[in-house]
Design a protein around this ligand. Structure first.
Ligand SMILES: *Cc1c(COP(=O)(O)O)cnc(C)c1O
Length: 355
């Protein structure tokens, strides 16, 4: 018998509902959807719910996760720029990769020659968010080189916004992408299959009718898993925010002072903590810690619980204001934000349980 907690509980029905609602909305506007599985480490049943919900591609930043999903039928897309050293693995296991470096694209071409395959790429253009992508002024020179490579097929062009720089997609920055697409046709006689307009921060444009002509693909993670559009952080009507929940067990529950007794030196992470004296409080310890998740990105379902801190393996919660009578061994449930979901998914100590 393996232990069940701490647990990341996954509601597959709600996940599939999120995916089908958003995917249908995209399809109605002629936009295909890459379902991004990285935030839940491509957990098998959740990835299947993406497929059942109607995504057109499965996309992840790690080739390992794409290999794990090989048995699922949609084509696999590598989101993070490839490492040149993994070119062969990528050509072998990935249908389409996002790229911005000619050196890497040439390595993919060489690997594809060896494996006698064609590898498809999406050329990323940086429109100001300052994460990945070629600078628009390098576009022509890059395209010219790509077109000389026998085993590389230019599947599309794309942009990524609201990741590093927090830049919001708008008609003006996106129309630069569609202008480059037009330029490809006019100058190079090349018609690409895909113009990939971005991630979950793009979705608000669907409702406002502001999708620039020609954008026909999105790569969606957070919107599908948490039902959140990420330009302004709004919940998408009709979606579930509680597909993924953390469940952790109470291992101690006692009345204790709110201020430590003795000289205050440093905490487990080298910071000098400060405390407000609220008198004696009912404080509990949950068996989950920073090795699994940062406590800032968790929302207790019982609104009267307050997370007051956590160390590597312990989370301390103030239970005083709750109307529920808790006991050692009870399970506390939290909704999770993106950062919490990411680290809970990668922690080997967290049991992933689907419902
Ligand atoms: C993670 C990622 C996405 C998905 O972003 P969300 O905000 O979760 O929708 C899209 N594109 C790229 C390149 C990514 O790395």
């Amino acid at each position: 018998m393996t232990n069940l907690y701490p647990q990341l509980a996954i509601d597959l029905k709600k996940l599939e509902e999120n995916v089908s609602l958003i995917t249908e909305k995209c399809h109605k506007q002629g936009i295909s959807v890459m379902g991004v599985t990285k935030v839940f480490c491509a957990q098998e049943e959740a990835a299947r719910a993406f497929v059942e919900g109607g995504v057109d591609y499965l996309a992840d930043s790690r080739v390992e996760n794409l290999i794990d999903m090989a048995h699922l039928s949609p084509e696999k897309v590598l989101l993070r720029l490839p490492m040149p050293s993994e070119a062969q693995v990528i050509v072998q296991h990935v249908d389409i990769s996002l790229n911005s470096e000619l050196k890497t694209i040439k390595a993919l071409d060489q690997a594809a020659k060896l494996l006698d395959k064609t590898h498809r790429i999406i050329l990323m253009v940086d429109l100001g968010d300052l994460r990945e992508g070629i600078w628009p002024s390098d576009f022509d020179a890059t395209i010219r080189e790509i077109l000389t490579l026998d085993k590389i097929l230019l599947e599309g062009i794309g942009v990524n916004l609201t990741c590093y720089g927090g830049v919001v997609p708008k008609t003006d920055n996106l129309s630069q992408l569609t202008a480059l697409n037009q330029h490809l046709k006019d100058t190079f006689g090349v018609t690409v299959k895909m113009v990939s307009g971005g991630n979950s921060s793009f979705l608000y444009l669907l409702d406002q009718g502001g999708v620039p002509e020609g954008i026909n693909n999105l790569r969606l993670g957070e919107a599908l898993v948490l039902g959140r559009e990420t330009a302004y952080g709004d919940q998408i009507p009709g979606t579930h925010a509680d597909v993924f929940q953390l469940k952790a067990e109470i291992i101690e529950l006692k009345q204790k002072p709110s201020v430590p007794i003795g000289e205050i030196g440093m905490d487990a992470f080298g910071n000098k903590p400060t405390f407000v004296d609220k008198g004696i409080r009912l404080k509990g310890i949950l068996a989950v810690g920073r090795q699994d998740v940062h406590p800032d990105n968790l929302i207790p379902l019982d609104e009267n619980l307050t997370i007051i801190g956590s160390s590597s393996d312990h989370m301390i919660v103030d239970f005083t204001d709750s109307k529920t009578d808790y006991h050692v061994g009870d399970i506390i449930t939290f909704n999770v934000e993106y950062g919490a979901l990411l680290s809970l998914s990668t922690s080997p100590y967290i049991k992933k349980v689907t419902y």
